[in-house]
Write a protein that binds this ligand. Structure first.
Ligand SMILES: Nc1nc2c(ncn2[C@@H]2O[C@H](COP(=O)(O)OP(=O)(O)OP(=O)(O)O)[C@@H](O)[C@H]2O)c(=O)[nH]1
Length: 220
């Protein structure tokens, strides 16, 4: 649902049919990062208010839905949890293109997962829309005695990449809601910016025949 020429735009589902009156907009978000950094745990904490100490590695991709309110609008979040393991990379990157925002997660007790952030950022740049928003998340901040990545390194890298930044604990429920909602706020801010330069022309054969400009995004 995005422009095929000119500046790239993001797809927004603006709901108008009677069947879908439970929300005004749908945002598709993706959680990415190395295996075992806590992506699934962050999603379960945010969407279901639960935490499980057991590690069951995600196979492929899965999602949960959560509805939140911004001003007078109901926003349905479709949050996709991707597998961090390399062998699922082809499947998971196929989902990047329709995403409006990414939670890019590393584990503060794992230098490798932090080093990998650059690669994940490159993947976002390669496979997603130009306007996609990103929040970098250093998870497992409850394990401070095992910390390998200082907080200021995380915030410095996020600033360099133009991403938001939070340290979180899915286990202790610290900053989880804040990180997700920072991402939503960044998307909303982007949507409210000037429409200039946005080209909502659809490729021929597109299901979306009359796209409308909506801030920096296109809506069907
Ligand atoms: N101490 C602590 N452990 C956590 C936290 N978040 C997740 N874990 C644990 O870390 C392990 C991995 O968590 P997952 O959420 O499954 O990791 P993942 O990133 O989804 O992993 P993949 O599905 O393989 O990509 C599990 O044993 C979790 O219980 C946290 O904030 N603190």
């Amino acid at each position: 649902m995005a422009s095929s020429t000119g500046s790239q735009t993001l797809p927004v589902s603006k709901v108008s049919s009677i069947a879908d009156q439970n929300f005004d907009y749908m945002f598709k978000l993706l959680i990415i990062g190395n295996s075992a950094v806590g992506k699934t745990s962050l999603l379960f904490r945010y969407a279901d208010h639960t935490f499980t100490p057991a590690f069951v590695s995600t196979v492929g991709i899965d999602f949960k839905v959560k509805t939140i309110h911004r001003k007078d609008k109901r926003i349905k979040l479709q949050i996709w949890d991707t597998a961090g393991q390399e062998r699922y990379r082809t499947i998971t990157t196929a989902y990047y293109r329709g995403a409006m925002g990414f939670l890019l997660v590393y584990d503060i007790t794992s230098s490798d997962s932090f080093i990998a952030v650059q690669n994940w950022a490159t993947q976002i740049k390669t496979y997603s829309w130009d306007n996609a928003q990103v929040v970098l998340v250093g998870n497992k901040m409850d394990l401070d005695e095992e910390r390998m990545v200082p907080q200021d390194q995380g915030s410095h890298l996020a600033a360099q990449l133009g991403f938001g930044f939070f340290e979180t604990s899915a286990k202790d429920n610290v900053n989880v809601k804040e990180a997700f909602e920072c991402l939503v706020n960044r998307i909303c801010e982007r949507m409210s910016k000037s429409e200039e330069g946005i080209n909502c022309a659809m490729p021929s054969g597109s299901q979306c025949e009359t796209p409308q400009k909506f801030g920096q995004y296109c809506a069907c």
